[in-house]
Design a binder for this molecule. Structure first.
Ligand code: NAD
Length: 466
């Protein structure tokens, strides 16, 4: 890159959204520059989904090994924290290297530095603060993919050293022996699952009446029940009032629950009360932002011509696959090409064990949308693969439109749910598949997927009876 180079496209932020956009654009022949101020791969790869899922894989193995004697596999698992940390870091670095290779192969240029937009007249001028000094370049179009950061709640004591967030915990060489988690959303639930599987003491303090409140009620109730069964203390409808440090250096968390106050002590406290969109670059040039998220229309167009916004900084769930799809779609809009990724159907997954995966509408959302709803629930208790592997009792719930005989939503809580949700997303996405079509597909035996087939057959029967 030379000073004042002119690009077809500049992407700010190299998380899953920005990287997908840059690879798509450069592969399509656009001269593309991607600028990242921190690490290629963004939150998801470096301090979010990937290290979390690596740790969850390890803790799941640990729990299964500890229970192995029930099927004649006797062992006493032990955690070697330094090996665990190096496995986590190697997983991250191998995927980061893979992403760097894909960016290079696509022809996208990469610069590490902090970008700001200088002007939007005629071409878009961008200034980059790099370790070698300030550089400037220009582009016809620009995609903002600046992501999100942990929300720090206003609680006395929140600045103490004993308080951490998922970003820091995912870089730590040593895990706390006990943890209080403030917030029982997706991050709180996945970390609670990790720590309880390792047999460590976890307390979750959630403000709302249930954990995973954005999910189907039955799913959040079951997830909470399983965590409790595995040893977690869960206080919903509760509010942390202060955090202080005990004489031995432990964290003392005071909270209110049912009008009563109580305290809980742990080695550390993790904040997981949501993520705030990073919109400073957009706001500095007056791009319209509502409720902390950048306003977009069409495929990511912002209020300033030729500037697009994608991922966590726009409305909707803050998920890596949504960001990637939006990144690719913004490029298709720039290229004036209609072959986009369906943007309205976003699967959501939680990597607890059993896994949780949802797509489309829940039963109550479908009812609220005025749909004549029919729903079924197939239990995994008679599913051969689940019986063989000794899975927790799970289910596949399907929600359909009675008149159209089409699937409008699915909620799964069972082994491999996060892989099986793809079939259901496909069934809903194009609106062309009927329940009969889905029920008539042959599924291999024994597989977890047979439960999806069972749910479709139950749905077909219920529709025929009504
Ligand atoms: P979240 O919005 O999922 O959950 C935050 C929770 O904190 C909510 O339940 C909220 O009621 C609670 N809360 C807020 N203030 C509180 C307070 N003062 N005291 C107690 N509880 C309080 O946010 P998150 O779990 O931090 O996750 C952030 C984002 O990252 C989410 O959008 C999530 O979708 C995404 N993420 C996704 C995955 C995944 O796809 N598996 C994993 C991790 C994170």
């Amino acid at each position: 890159m030379a000073a004042n180079d002119i690009y077809d496209l500049i992407v700010i932020g190299a998380g899953p959204g920005g990287s997908a956009a840059a690879i798509k654009a450069a592969s399509a022949g656009l001269r593309t520059l991607i600028i990242e101020k921190d690490a290629i791969g963004g939150t998801c790869l470096n301090r979010g989904c990937i290290p979390t899922k690596a740790l969850l894989h390890a803790s799941c193995l640990y729990r299964q090994a500890a229970a192995g004697s029930s099927i004649g596999v006797n062992c006493t698992p032990e955690i070697d924290e330094s090996v665990l940390a190096s496995y986590r870091d190697k997983t991250v670095s191998s995927l980061v290297e893979g992403l760097k290779t894909s960016l290079k192969a696509s022809g996208a240029e990469v610069v590490i530095g902090k970008a700001s937009i200088v002007s939007t007249e005629d071409l878009i001028r961008v200034s980059i603060e790099t370790s070698d000094g300030i550089m400037e370049c220009q582009a016809k179009d620009l995609i903002l993919a600046t992501g999100s950061e942990t929300v720090i709640p206003d609680i006395p004591g929140i600045d103490l050293d004993v308080v951490t967030d998922s970003d820091r915990l995912l870089k730590a060489d040593r895990l706390p022996s006990s943890l209080v988690i403030i917030g029982g959303g997706v991050i709180g639930t996945e970390f609670a699952s990790f720590f309880t599987d390792l047999g460590r003491k976890v307390t979750v303090i959630e403000g709302l009446p249930r954990m995973l409140s954005g999910f189907d009620k039955e799913i959040s109730r079951n997830a909470q029940m399983i965590l409790k069964k595995r040893g977690a203390d869960i206080h919903t409808g509760s509010r942390v009032t202060s955090i202080s440090e005990g004489e031995d250096g432990s964290a003392v968390v005071a909270y209110e629950s049912d009008g009563k106050t109580a305290t809980v002590t742990a080695e550390a406290v993790m904040i997981a009360v949501g993520r705030r969109a990073v919109t400073d670059v957009a706001e500095s040039i007056g791009i319209k932002v509502t409720d902390g998220r950048i306003d977009t229309e069409g495929l990511g167009r912002t209020s300033v011509e030729h500037i697009y916004a994608i991922g966590d900084i726009t409305a909707g769930p803050q998920l890596a696959h949504k960001a990637s799809a939006e990144g690719e779609n913004a490029v298709m809009s720039i290229l004036d090409d209609n072959s986009i990724i369906w943007p309205d159907l976003i699967p959501a997954c939680v990597y607890t064990s059993p896994e949780i995966a949802c797509v489309g509408m829940t039963e109550s959302e479908a009812e609220a949308a005025g749909i004549d709803v029919v729903s079924v629930r197939a239990l995994t208790s008679a599913n051969a693969k689940s019986v063989i592997t000794g899975e927790e009792r799970g289910f596949v719930k399907l929600v359909a439109d009675r008149t159209e005989r089409k699937l409008v939503g699915a909620q799964l809580m069972c082994a491999n749910a996060t892989d099986m949700i793809g079939e259901l997303t496909l069934a809903i996405s194009q609106g062309i598949t009927t329940i009969e079509d889905c029920a008539s597909v042959m599924r291999a035996h024994p597989t977890y997927e047979e439960c999806v087939g069972e749910a479709f057959r139950l749905l077909e029967k219920k529709l025929d009876e009504s």
